[in-house]
Write a protein that binds this ligand. Structure first.
Ligand code: GMT
Length: 377
């Protein structure tokens, strides 16, 4: 076995798939004996209790009166350099290009070339931000100066190459779930809080941003509920939530929809559902579809971005073109009204989550990349 590494991890610590993956990866690497230093603006929300081999370094922003905008990016770069020197870090693994890859590049200039930088692209850092001409060049700088770049789907690799004209290699590192946490939970009692025994449960989990097309979620649900009595559970919060509430009221569905707000224990919540709805406009991967899959819940979604790499159409879910809510509803009904078909999909979900997107496989891939950039055979 290779020597344990000292790794600095930077991510957005609040709710969001990139922060979840970064935190879970840090926890798994620490379990394997590596020393993990989170360098973030606040404690990553999934970090929870004390963990052996995990340390947390908070980035404090200087609010000196001449600053109209406190320079968070410079404070982060300085903190990365400080922690790298003090703790003798082997590498910085940053999640999300903006500003983390650029800050890591600055930190490396200060700490020295022996400090390696691995950048993981998660999606909107490329699909949305790289389209902004004012940010394009600086994102490219961060990516080109990383010792390794990884992305969470083939589609995101393709889009990164196209939008930023990146020729350098990009490693594919799919998102993962910890199989000790994500498995079908026994939630029969909890389910009764939301739905009668004869009703089906459809669920959507997101940050309710326009790219999630949450209006389509309500549309699909209305079409399903017209044929099979169902409940819709909406988990998360975000800018489109008020619009959705208005739509739900206008459609006379308010007594069929539950708003659960932000929830930490996704495995427990998702186990209540029969189907996950993910009709996004853009989705580099779709971590919630994987979390659902690992709990035996098939996804009805769109063919956006990396979703087809995760959900196999006709086996572990059904995918339609973006906005085709008629077909999505028809597919949902097909699954909900055929017990044998549903059982087959459920089995396929469990198998695929455990064998393709399992924590052991993906953590080992990241370790391989770390040793490669450090020149440790
Ligand atoms: O979905 C979001 O808007 C949040 C965003 C994030 O930065 O956490 O999610 C992105 O990264 C996740 C983890 O890799 C992916 O599962 C999501 O698909 C991706 N979101 C988009 O591409 C819109």
């Amino acid at each position: 076995m290779n020597r344990p590494l000292k790794i600095g991890i930077t991510c957005y610590p609040s709710l969001g798939g990139s922060g979840v993956i970064a935190t879970e990866l840090g926890k798994l690497l620490a379990e394997k004996g590596h020393e993990i230093h989170f360098i973030t603006q606040s404690m990553p929300f999934r970090l929870g209790k004390f963990h052996r081999n995990i340390y947390y370094h908070e980035v404090e922003v200087s609010d000196y009166y001449v600053f109209r905008y406190p320079p968070y990016d410079l404070s982060l770069a300085s903190k990365m350099n400080q922690v790298a020197r003090l703790q003798n870090l082997d590498l910085l693994h940053v999640h999300y290009a903006v500003p983390h890859a650029i800050c890591a590049y600055l930190a490396k200039q200060m700490a020295g070339d022996q400090l390696k930088v691995v950048t993981t692209l998660h999606g909107t850092d490329i699909t949305v931000l790289a389209q902004d001409q004012t940010l394009k060049d600086i994102i490219r700088l961060g990516i080109r100066n990383s010792d390794a770049v990884t992305a969470v789907s083939r589609d995101l690799i393709r889009e990164t190459r196209e939008l930023l004209d990146i020729q350098e290699p990009i490693d594919l590192t799919y998102n993962f779930v910890d199989k000790r946490v994500y498995y079908p939970r026994n939630v029969a009692d909890l389910r009764l809080d939301y739905a009668d025994p004869h009703e089906k449960v459809l669920m959507h989990i997101s940050n309710f941003r326009p790219v999630k097309r949450t209006s389509d979620v309500v549309d699909i649900f209305a079409k399903v509920n017209a044929k099979v009595p169902s409940k819709l559970l909406l988990v998360g919060e975000g800018p489109d939530l008020p619009k959705i509430q208005t739509q739900i009221n206008a459609m006379g569905l308010s007594n069929r929809v539950h708003f659960l707000g932000k929830q930490d224990d996704v495995a427990q919540v998702v186990s209540v559902a029969d189907l996950m709805l993910l009709p996004s406009e853009k989705e580099s991967f779709g971590l919630v579809a994987l979390e659902a899959m690992a709990c035996g819940v098939p996804t009805i979604g769109s063919v956006a971005g990396g979703i087809p790499e995760l959900v196999e159409h006709g086996t572990s879910g059904y995918l339609s073109t973006i906005g085709n809510t008629d077909e999505m509803a028809a597919n949902a009904l097909k699954l909900l009204t055929d017990e044998k078909l549903y059982a087959d999909f459920r089995e396929a979900c469990l198998h695929r989550a455990r064998h393709v997107f399992c924590n052991d496989i993906i953590t080992a891939q990241y370790e391989e990349i770390y040793y490669r950039v450090l020149g440790i055979p």
